[in-house]
Design a protein around this ligand. Structure first.
Ligand code: ATP
Ligand code: ZN
Length: 282
């Protein structure tokens, strides 16, 4: 049995549970439950505040955890990052009132900065030789300048709309963050279970980054099309019932997706179908 800590509710909860589901791991959890056991994988899930997860993993109360890098580096506990998970993306940034002018970090000299991330903020200020006062608050940091509590904030941002609504402007990114899978030191049985879980997580994430593509092409265009579609090994080419035509199947990465589709059309591809992939094992 291996125990994993996930956020009880909040921004990481849904996607953490979805990841387990995508890995075929069923967990039935009622509201306000502290823990739940999977029906079909030797996994127990603990539901905690995200701030507590690094400590629980360091103490081996949970062997694994899913937490934002922002929280992980703020808490600085003795745990290992096993895998980035690609969700919960945000950045920790300095923001100041819109009507003020910021040309560089010297702006912060002698100022008061409100944040829920005192350790990361201190580290940033130290690296930049800035002396400033840190005012630690646990929530709604963006309100601090408006009520005269601070000159600036150091807070999490994704779209920036919360800052904007509070008359603030993001002026400096301190770190980029995403959710990561963390681990304590494991015994042999737990390591085997982590490896099984990781194998599934990688297959799921790889599948999400790729699409299955099917298209028809006249045989004279096949050479050019094959060059555009490397596939997992090489593309599958099947003859169509119509003489002189073939069907080509392959896998495309999302990063090059639209570019490749354009090129395929220009090379003579027709009837292009793009289908999501559920799992991808290479
Ligand atoms: P808890 O009750 O568990 O302490 P919380 O209020 O500290 O919850 P949430 O706001 O749910 O935390 O955010 C959890 C994590 O989601 C953050 O630590 C961060 O890693 C990530 N995240 C992604 N985008 C954002 C964002 N725009 N603002 C805040 N956090 C974000
Ligand atoms: Zn929190």
């Amino acid at each position: 049995m291996i125990r994993i800590a996930v956020q009880k509710s909040g921004r990481l909860y849904e996607e953490s549970m979805q990841l387990l589901r995508d890995c075929g791991i069923m967990v039935r959890n009622g509201k306000n439950q502290l823990k739940a056991v999977s029906d079909n994988f030797p996994l127990e899930v603990y539901f905690l505040r995200d701030d507590d997860i690094p400590q629980y993993v360091e103490d081996k109360v949970a062997h694994l955890g899913i937490v934002g890098e922002n929280v992980l580096y703020e808490k600085n506990k003795a745990v290992k990052i096993v895998e980035p998970l690609g969700f919960g993306k945000c950045r920790l940034s300095i923001a100041i009132p819109k009507n003020e002018f910021y040309d560089d970090v010297l702006f912060l000299q002698g100022k008061k900065i409100a944040t829920s991330y005192p350790a990361l903020t201190k580290k940033f200020l130290k690296e930049n030789n800035i002396e400033a006062e840190i005012h630690e608050i646990s929530g709604s940091v963006e309100l601090a300048p408006g009520i005269g509590l601070a000159h600036a904030v150091c807070d999490l941002v994704s779209s920036g709309s919360t800052l904007l609504m509070n008359g603030l402007e993001e002026v400096q990114t301190i770190m980029n963050s995403q959710a990561v899978l963390i681990s304590a030191a494991l015994d042999q049985e737990q390591q085997i279970l982590l490896d099984q879980l990781l194998f599934r997580i990688r297959a799921v994430r790889k599948a999400k980054k790729n699409k299955y593509i099917l298209l028809n092409a006249p045989n004279h265009a096949l050479e050019a099309i094959k060059k555009l579609l490397p596939g997992m090994k090489s593309p599958t080419v099947l003859p169509l019932a119509d003489e002189g035509w073939s069907s080509v199947h392959s896998v495309l990465n999302e990063d090059e997706f639209w570019e490749k589709i354009e090129a395929l059309k220009n090379a003579g591809a027709q009837g292009i179908l793009v289908v999501p992939i559920e799992k991808m094992i290479v």
